[in-house]
Design a protein around this ligand. Structure first.
Ligand code: 4AD
Ligand code: MG
Length: 434
């Protein structure tokens, strides 16, 4: 049968009383009196297959010992409305074949440690919770793309192999590059997006991003996916509006389409619904003052750390933009605030419930001299950024942009404590396999 005519589990509620054929994997089996149940997954969904002595052809019961966890099977049966349990429908088996056996699948329904599961990530992905996380991640990605497409943004893919730091130069992965010396894996696509706004006005990129940071926290990966947007004639304030609209759009989509997965994940939906309200906008100074009152003091001029971000999130219970950080703790390209030269027109968006910074963004320094000075102040060599500096010579304009860490966004939305579960195959200091 042609691929697009095959019936999947997700289509079954519209096929009650019809006979269908399905292919997929056994999740569990269970006996109860004369009836036997098989938890069955095909990638599009999960149902129970039902066999009953006297109703199901007798030879099929001989297959029972082979219906082990993760055995692949083909099944034919009749779709019935389900009287009980979490599923709308179930399938009464008429015929069944084992396509691929599975002996002693190592991940059983009992509790396993994180290290054991990460070592078996290639098999762990099949677990119920993991399936739900990646269904949500997929919806988040398509919502982001839809939002930008309908907002007039053009997707401009940025290179992975680059020649200069876009963020902290200490966090670069080096790659030997023919006779041209070392290249670096991209820490950001931003500088290339900045080049692209002069052609398209509003642009975005969405790709893998690399940081050779030696951080072992629940929020850091060494390879993650970043959505970055950049727009000409956008001020700092426009930038915040755009980010807020985007996050609201994504949350709206997930709440509308992912109810079942959020339920599987036991995600408290009220906190996502609360985030549909306007976000808080808080100047760095006001944030410092408030943090003192909340018993999480911030040393003057310091960047916020995880405890500070958590305290602000707990206080407001909705996402918070902290704006106008000290220039010294932020990247070279951020625009100096004309009113306070030691501050930059930037914002980090902090998610509530301890998830912390999910977006970093700013207005960009569009003045050539100030940009060169900022590079020198940070110990960067302007000659490594020749082409980038050209952008300030030919029609430079006010512009702004931001980057969202996809895994941090997905971890927050799905309520996943550690970001390593929000990417299919995490890359961390102590782990590069599977
Ligand atoms: O704040 P960051 O470093 O900003 C940039 O890279 C800018 N060039 C983006 C831009 O303006 N175009 O990173 C942006 C976001 C962070 O807010 C965070 O969500 C995520 O990327 N991020 C990480 N996610 C996982 N692991 C890491 N090590 C991350 N570092 C940053
Ligand atoms: Mg940041």
């Amino acid at each position: 049968m042609k691929w697009n005519q095959r019936i999947l589990i997700k289509d079954l509620p519209l096929r009650v009383e019809q006979e269908v054929e399905l292919q997929g994997w056994v999740q569990f089996t269970r006996k109860s009196g004369k009836v036997r149940f098989i938890g069955f997954r095909d990638g599009s969904g999960t149902i129970q297959l039902v066999m009953e002595k006297g109703l199901t052809p007798a030879p099929l019961f001989e297959l029972w010992p082979n219906l082990t966890q993760e055995a692949a099977i083909w099944v034919k049966g009749t779709v019935k409305a389900s009287a009980q349990g979490q599923f709308e429908v179930e399938l009464w088996v008429q015929d069944l074949k084992v396509l691929g056996s599975s002996v002693n699948f190592p991940i059983t329904p009992k509790e396993h440690g994180a290290d054991f599961l990460l070592g078996l990530r290639h098999l762990w992905l099949r677990s119920k919770r993991q399936v739900a996380i990646f269904k949500v991640r997929d919806q988040v990605i398509s919502a982001i793309n839809d939002f930008f497409a309908q907002s007039g943004f053009v997707k401009m893919d940025s290179p992975i192999l680059t020649t200069a730091a876009g963020e902290d130069p200490k966090g670069l992965f080096r790659v030997p590059y023919f006779d041209l010396g070392d290249a670096f894996l991209a820490q950001t696509g931003q500088l290339y997006l900045e080049a692209s706004i002069f052609a398209h006005g509003r642009v975005y990129c969405f790709g893998p991003t690399f940081r050779a940071e030696k951080s072992k926290t629940r929020r850091h990966l060494n390879e993650f996916w970043m959505l970055e947007a950049e727009a000409a004639f956008f001020t700092h304030e426009d930038n915040l509006d755009l980010q807020e609209d985007l996050i609201h759009f994504v949350l709206g989509r997930v709440l509308e389409r992912c109810g079942y997965h959020l339920l599987t994940l036991e995600r408290e939906v009220e906190s996502l619904e609360r985030a549909m309200r306007p976000f808080v906008r808080l100047d760095y100074d006001d944030a410092s003052k408030l943090l003192g009152e909340l018993g999480e003091p911030l040393a003057p001029g310091d960047d916020l750390g995880a405890p500070h971000e958590t305290a602000l999130g707990n206080h407001f219970q909705v996402p918070v933009f902290v704006t106008h950080y000290p220039k010294a703790v932020k990247a070279f390209y951020m625009k100096q605030d004309p009113a306070r030269p030691d501050r930059v027109r930037c914002a980090d968006l902090l998610a509530p419930e301890g998830f912390g910074e999910i977006i970093g963004g700013s207005e960009r320094e569009e003045n050539l001299d100030k940009l060169v000075q900022a590079m020198l102040d940070k110990g960067l060599k302007p000659e490594h950024y020749d082409w980038y500096l050209d952008l300030r010579k030919y029609g430079s304009v006010v512009h702004s942009g931001f980057g969202i860490g996809l895994e941090r966004l997905v971890a927050w939305i799905t309520g996943t404590h550690h970001i390593r579960e929000a990417i299919p195959f995490p890359r961390m200091m102590e782990r590069i396999t599977p």
